[in-house]
Design a protein around this ligand. Structure first.
Ligand code: MN
Length: 293
């Protein structure tokens, strides 16, 4: 195989931190020195809640009302259930295999919690949250919300007739995922049975990575990566292969970089320091709307 996209680094999960009291996350980027603020652009942030056994609680754990501007937040549930409410009037609950795709754009307040019944019973919890930094021309776009349930995803079956790639956004094998994106973005979940290989190809300049959610995989016939590790690819080629060493689930990300200066601060990702100051001013002046705690 020529035109191979090699591995730049396999990044083990960094020490976790808590987001509110409901999300115990390993931040793969921007905190990784290798990836930084723009190395996965248009993706700015990846918080990964590795498998965590939640003890039953009458009061759902999570994170209370907070603002966002200039980004989209994408939440992918692998185990457990998550509820969301925002000041644009959107709300939803996602369960295993489902995705919430919130465009904060010009600004929303939202809160994110374990869903009530799940919280009451407790159980296994595993999720990913991604932030996409919108390009300058879309930073202030009106807020929007897309629920993408597992059944809404476009499923591409692989040759064993069991393994498959579920498309959340972007395209694979001439099929397209349901999410609408502002810039070319691919986001897939691959579920591979032991010994099954999937081939991927993304344009050379696209920033590309994958997170092993479950199992162990081999990439390009060379290196193995196990659950909870993030594989960051080089820009030296387009094609790579993922072969399941054991039954595996893999989250794939690849997108066209947005080549603009960004200025991230707290829950905002803007292009300049002045825009960050403006975001705080607008937030304190109630311009992000209203949401009950
Ligand atoms: Mn948030």
């Amino acid at each position: 195989m020529t035109n191979i996209r090699n591995i730049e680094a396999i990044i083990p999960p960094p020490p976790y931190h808590m987001v509110g009291d409901g999300f115990k996350v390993h931040n793969f980027f921007p905190s990784s020195r290798i990836i930084g603020d723009t190395g996965m652009s248009p993706f700015f942030l990846m918080d990964y809640n590795a498998k965590w056994e939640i003890t039953p609680s009458e009061r759902p754990r999570g994170v209370g009302v907070h603002p966002h501007r200039g980004i989209e937040t994408i939440t992918i549930a692998y185990h457990g259930r998550i509820a969301h409410h925002d000041s644009a009037g959107n709300s939803g609950v996602i369960g295993e295999g489902d995705v919430q795709w919130m465009t904060a754009g010009g600004g929303v307040l939202h809160k994110e919690y374990h869903e009530k019944e799940f919280s009451r019973k407790g159980g296994l919890f595993q999720m990913v949250q991604l932030w996409i930094s919108l390009p300058k021309r879309f930073k202030m776009t009106p807020p929007k919300y897309q629920t993408i349930e597992s059944k809404d995803m476009t499923r591409v079956m692989l040759k064993d007739g069991v393994s498959h790639v579920d498309l959340i956004a972007g395209s694979y094998m001439e099929k397209k995922g349901p999410a609408s994106t502002f810039t070319p973005t691919n986001l897939f979940n691959a579920s591979l049975k032991k010994g099954i290989r999937a081939d991927f190809s993304f344009p050379l300049e696209y920033n590309t990575g994958l997170l092993v959610i479950e199992g162990e995989i081999n990439i390009n016939g060379s290196r193995n990566a196990t659950a909870d590790n993030f594989v960051y690819f080089s820009h030296d080629g387009e094609k790579f292969t993922v072969e399941a060493v054991t039954d595996s689930i893999v989250l794939l990300l690849s997108g066209e970089p947005v080549n603009e200066e960004i200025y991230p601060y707290g829950p905002f990702v803007m292009n300049t320091r002045d825009e960050i100051k403006q975001a705080y001013e607008d937030f304190y002046n109630g311009k992000f709307g209203h949401l009950e705690d």
